[in-house]
Design a protein around this ligand. Structure first.
Ligand code: HEC
Ligand code: HEC
Length: 336
């Protein structure tokens, strides 16, 4: 071999090595939480808005039976969910789906299991009106808030000179939700180089999660979701995202890939709350769905031949994604 060729191949080989090292570093960099939370231009965050939104979030008085608030179904003590398979609203009415966590929803481009709302502002209008949730007319919510001196004063500070409308109410709630962001977990410390922050099993689970298990095909990036809608083959009657466009066959039984941050705290799992344990959830997503081979299931849901040891290690990794609970102050008295 001519010297020039040898040099060329060494240069080539070393550049391949450095490229793959960079790629490896970069591929893990995407799992690091961003330091900023996005907010829409017409609702930039302020302390006053967040404070007002927090009170509204916990206030059950503007629901049909006066007992149900956002926090009933998205309780900070229950991983911002409710511990029920299916949500329970006013007068004990049971809804069709599981309450998802509110944690990190500020990062999502679509809200609800089927993605039918885009912003948190738009989303919050839904539960206020839903028959199985708070069952109110938006005008009546606004009437209640306007007739309350304490709230009026808070609105005047948060949104000076603006008339109190449903639009303004959901803006305040959304501002609070943008503070419901996961705190650093042992996994985050591990990513930053503290190799002892998680157990050996969890570290193996992380490799399996990215490798053999193909979990990052969907649960990708710092919030462990790529925002895609997928049919993971649970086999229930809910057609999911297809309801938005009946013609889209590919949307049948497709639901949003959920975040996995703090997932240990927010069971039961999946849009129908049919799964009690993380092990079971991992087995469904990782070994071909609940009924392997079922028609219509996402082509990325395959039998990855995960052994029970693999599943336990992936579960240990998922538990390493639990950070401390947010120090949110739950109001005990409400404005009058
Ligand atoms: C009765 C229980 C209940 C109440 C009350 C309730 N929610 Fe929900 N919430 C749910 C359920 C169930 C879903 C999923 C519904 C669906 O996807 O069709 C949901 C979805 C959401 C989502 C989307 C999460 C995601 O990842 O897609 C957000 C955000 C949210 N709720 C915030 C709120 C706010 C704010 C309030 C108060 C104004 C509220 N919820 C009141 C049960 C409830
Ligand atoms: C094809 C995309 C895809 C792949 C690959 C995938 N998931 Fe999922 N995962 C989803 C979707 C979509 C849901 C919610 C489905 C539903 O409720 O119908 C989900 C739900 C979950 C849940 C329940 C979370 C909750 O809050 O309800 C866990 C845990 C989970 N996945 C873990 C994993 C693990 C671990 C792997 C790898 C073995 C994996 N997933 C692979 C898309 C995927």
């Amino acid at each position: 071999m001519k010297l020039s060729k040898v040099v060329a191949s060494i240069v080539l080989a070393s550049s391949v090595v450095s490229v793959s090292l960079v790629a490896k570093r970069n591929s893990d960099a995407k799992f690091i939480m961003p330091s900023k939370v996005p907010a829409p231009k017409d609702n930039v965050m302020t302390k006053q808005k967040v404070e007002l939104g927090r009170i509204l979030y916990f206030d059950p008085r503007y629901s049909k039976d006066g007992r149900v608030s956002c926090a009933t179904c998205h309780d900070p003590k229950k991983g911002w969910s409710d511990g029920h398979a299916k949500a329970i609203g006013v007068f004990g009415r049971v809804g069709p789906r599981n309450s998802p966590t509110v944690l990190n929803t500020a990062f999502q481009s679509h809200q609800f299991w089927d993605g039918r709302a885009r912003s948190l502002e738009e989303q919050a209008m839904g539960p206020m009106q839903a028959h199985v949730e708070m069952d109110m007319k938006l005008e009546d919510v606004a009437k209640f808030v306007k007739g309350n001196k304490g709230y009026k004063a808070m609105f005047a500070k948060a949104y000076p000179k603006k008339e109190i409308t449903p639009d303004l109410i959901v803006k305040a709630i959304a501002s609070f939700e943008r503070t419901v962001i996961s705190l650093p977990s042992p996994f985050d410390l591990y990513l930053k180089g503290n190799k002892n922050a998680i157990s050996a099993d969890a570290a193996m689970g992380w490799s399996l999660f990215k490798g053999k298990g193909h979990c990052t095909d969907c649960h990708d990036g710092y919030n462990f979701t790529d925002g895609s809608f997928q049919n993971v083959g649970l086999g229930d009657d809910d057609i999911g995202r297809q309801k938005l466009k009946m013609k889209r066959k590919a949307w049948a039984h497709a639901f949003k890939t959920p975040t996995l941050r703090d997932v240990e705290k927010s069971g039961p799992y999946f849009h129908d709350g049919s799964v009690q344990t993380l092990q079971e959830a991992v087995a469904i997503c990782g070994n071909g769905g609940r009924y392997p081979g079922k028609a219509g299931v996402s082509s990325m849901i395959k039998n990855r031949n995960l052994t029970s040891k693999d599943i336990d290690q992936i579960t240990a990794f998922l538990k390493s994604l639990s950070g401390p609970d947010l120090p949110v102050v739950i109001p005990t008295v409400f404005p009058n």
